[in-house]
Design a protein around this ligand. Structure first.
Ligand SMILES: Nc1ncnc2c1ncn2[C@@H]1O[C@H](COP(=O)(O)OP(=O)(O)OP(=O)(O)O)[C@@H](O)[C@H]1O
Ligand SMILES: [Mg+2]
Length: 332
């Protein structure tokens, strides 16, 4: 039985179809990631899987339990770490975890031991008696994750676990998540809009855009499936753009071209042969090439090839504003 399964899952808010007929399953013990830009439908999917939102149609099952019909069973078997930290700043780290343990009905005689173990795992033991006000963003996130683990869930759901954190802190969080995964043999479902996060952390990744899953595979298979080298070109003016493009399409070995304003991305099976031809065409058409680079495919390129656009790495302030507006909507 899959740890997580959705069947034609759909969620609409009025005219907006936030999640559009998605079906996928995650095996027990897998780290599975939803990779997509702002508004792709990641949080909405996660909120349905964690019983916080009801689907408009379709079905979602966690360890075989239906998120609508067996919501209580589902809640007992999962941990959920929201995008925004939920820890209380005026309590100490340990007090926060005690509160969380009580909310999760953990037997009194087990609370202290569980908290000690988790604090050690996420390396916060020495700061446990400091108030959270003094914690860095990364420490708060670690505490948040710890809170989601106290009742030893079978599956852990993390919505953008490292959004707004700097890259060093992000890498540390990845290290802790891998540790947690190995120690508890836990299924992890996370959402992210960081390519590197999906690449480093996930066994399999689903690329989601506009509420639809575009592809699901391992990061390595996705890159291999491209089977192509990537030629990134920035052109100066857009005069003769169309004839330039149509001639580029004619070049042998060029399999696909994506256009994003003045940036062209060519996927080619033999980049070294293609580049001189690009220059021949551009000089005949008097198209100015500002820069040209040949690289091996990355997950970024996979994303572009499936969605036709780059993932936008919005800053955290923008995200916070958006989340805030969303929470208001939810409360209303
Ligand atoms: N409660 C709501 N009411 C109305 N529209 C909503 C609500 N929640 C989400 N949406 C809309 O549904 C779509 C998907 O939103 P969702 O929050 O799932 O995206 P996301 O992939 O999590 O994005 P982000 O990266 O910004 O967190 C967006 O168009 C969003 O505006
Ligand atoms: Mg979100």
């Amino acid at each position: 039985m899959p740890a997580i399964e959705t069947k034609s899952l759909t969620k609409s808010f009025g005219d907006v179809i936030a999640v559009n007929d998605i079906s996928f399953s995650v095996e027990s013990g897998e780290i599975f990631g939803f990779l997509g830009p702002n508004g792709a439908g990641k949080s909405t999917t996660m909120m349905i899987l964690t019983t916080l939102l009801k689907p408009t149609s379709g079905q979602a099952l966690i360890s075989g339990f239906d998120v609508v019909k067996d919501a209580k069973k589902v809640r007992e078997s999962i941990g959920y770490v929201q995008q925004e930290t939920t820890v209380d700043e005026y309590l100490t780290g340990r007090e926060n975890l005690i509160l969380q343990a009580k909310l999760n009905h953990i037997p009194k005689n087990q609370i202290n031991k569980r908290i000690d173990d988790i604090l050690e795992l996420i390396e916060l033991s020495d700061k446990q008696h400091d108030s959270v006000v003094t914690y860095s963003g990364g420490m708060r996130k670690r505490l948040d994750i710890a809170g989601g683990l106290l009742h030893r869930p079978k599956a852990l759901f993390l919505d953008e676990p490292t959004v707004g954190l700097d890259i060093q802190t992000r890498r540390k969080i990845w290290k802790y998540l891998k540790k947690i995964h190995d120690e508890f043999e836990m299924t992890i479902f996370l959402t992210t809009h960081y390519m590197e996060e999906a690449d480093q952390l996930c066994d399999r990744v689903g690329i989601i855009d506009g509420g639809k899953i575009q592809v699901i595979d391992t990061p390595q298979n996705m890159k291999n499936a491209m089977g192509n080298e990537v030629i990134s070109i920035i052109i100066g003016d857009e005069e003769n753009h169309d004839s330039f493009l149509s001639q580029l399409h004619e070049i042998e070995f060029v399999n696909k071209i994506n256009v994003d304003g003045s940036k062209l991305t060519l996927f080619a099976s033999n980049g070294a042969e293609v580049i001189p031809k690009i220059f021949q065409i551009s000089s005949a058409l008097k198209i100015k090439i500002v820069s040209i680079a040949l690289t091996q495919p990355t997950l970024d390129d996979v994303f572009i090839s499936y969605t036709g656009h780059e993932i936008r790495d919005d800053d955290s302030k923008f995200n916070r504003k958006r989340e805030h507006a969303k929470m208001k909507r939810l409360r209303a």
